[in-house]
Design a protein around this ligand. Structure first.
Ligand code: 13P
Length: 258
C-alpha cells in the first residue's frame, strides 16, 4: 500500500470551546500522552483564535502543532472581525482548517471562498486542512461522489502540484459530524479513495499518493483504529473527542500503531 508515502495526521478541531486557562490545561494534559508520536505521526490542535497564542506557547518544544479554525483570504484591510494568514504565521501557527461544514452551513462559506482561503493560506506558508463532505440527503440521492468531486476540483482550483504537498484533505460527511453516526470504515474508505483518484486525475498519481486524507465525523476512541486501518484514511479530524485528553490520545495511539 502507499500509506507509507504520507504522514498520518491526527488533528483536534476544538470548534468554539475552551477559554485560555482551559485550553492551557487541556494541552498540558495532552502533551505527555502523545509525546511518543514524535517522528511517527503529526499531532495538531486546531483551536479558537483567542487560544492560539496560549496554544503556541504551551506546546512550544513539544510535538503538538497548532492550527487555526479559519483564515481570511485578503492580506489586510477593512474586514471587521477577520484574521489574515500573516497574522496566524506571525503567531507561530502552522495549520488552518478551511471550509469546515459548519462554516459552509452557518456562515455562507462557498467553494469559491474556500478556494480563496486555501490559496491565501498556502501563499503565507500555512498548511490548509481543506474540509469536504456530502449532506445526508445528497448521500441518499446517490450523488456523494459528484458533490465531493466538485468540492475537490473547486476548492483546489489553481493550487499547484508544489503547493499540494502542503495541503491536507479532511473528508467529513456532514451527517456524521457531532451526531454519533460515524461513516462505516467501508463508506469512509470509499470516499477517501475517490478523493485520491480525483487528485490523481487533477495532478498525477504520485502527487495524489503523497496527500494526507483524514476522515472526520464522530471519530472516537472506540472506532478510530478500524477507520485508520483503511488504506486511504491517513488520519482524523476530531471534534468532540479531541476535548478529552484521554480519548484524543487513544486516537493518536491508534494512528501511531497504524
Ligand atoms: P465530531 O468529531 O464532534 O463529530 O466533529 C467532527 C468535526 O467536525 C471535526 O472537524
Amino acid at each position: 500500500m502507499n500509506k507509507n508515502l504520507r504522514k498520518a495526521i491526527i488533528a483536534g478541531n476544538w470548534k468554539m470551546n475552551k477559554t485560555r486557562p482551559e485550553a492551557k490545561a487541556l494541552l498540558e494534559e495532552i502533551k505527555p500522552l502523545v509525546a511518543n508520536a514524535e517522528g511517527k505521526i503529526e499531532v495538531i490542535a486546531c483551536v479558537p483564535f483567542t487560544n492560539l497564542e496560549t496554544a503556541v506557547n504551551t506546546t512550544a518544544g513539544s510535538n503538538v502543532k497548532v492550527g487555526a479554525e479559519n483564515v481570511h483570504f485578503e492580506k489586510s484591510g477593512a474586514f471587521t472581525g477577520e484574521i489574515s494568514a500573516d497574522m496566524l504565521t506571525e503567531l507561530g501557527v502552522e495549520y488552518v482548517v478551511i471550509g469546515h461544514s459548519e462554516r459552509r452551513q452557518y456562515f455562507g462559506e462557498t467553494d469559491e471562498t474556500v478556494n480563496k482561503r486555501t490559496k491565501a493560506a498556502l501563499a503565507a506558508g500555512l498548511k490548509p486542512i481543506v474540509c469536504v463532505g456530502e449532506l445526508k440527503w445528497e448521500r441518499e440521492c446517490g450523488i456523494t461522489e459528484e458533490v465531493v468531486g466538485k468540492q475537490i476540483k473547486l476548492d483546489l482550483w489553481d493550487v499547484t502540484e508544489e503547493e499540494l504537498k502542503n495541503v491536507v484533505i479532511a473528508y467529513e460527511p456532514v451527517w456524521a459530524i457531532g451526531t454519533g453516526l460515524t461513516a462505516t470504515p467501508e463508506q469512509a474508505e470509499e470516499v477517501c479513495g475517490f478523493i485520491r483518484a480525483t487528485l490523481a486525475k487533477l495532478y498525477n498519481q504520485a502527487a495524489a499518493d503523497a496527500v494526507t486524507i483524514q476522515y472526520g465525523g464522530s471519530m472516537n476512541a472506540k472506532n478510530a483504529a478500524e477507520l485508520l486501518a483503511k488504506p486511504n484514511i491517513d488520519g482524523g479530524l476530531i471534534g468532540g473527542a479531541s476535548l478529552k485528553a484521554a480519548d484524543f490520545n487513544v486516537i493518536v495511539q491508534a494512528a501511531v500503531e497504524g
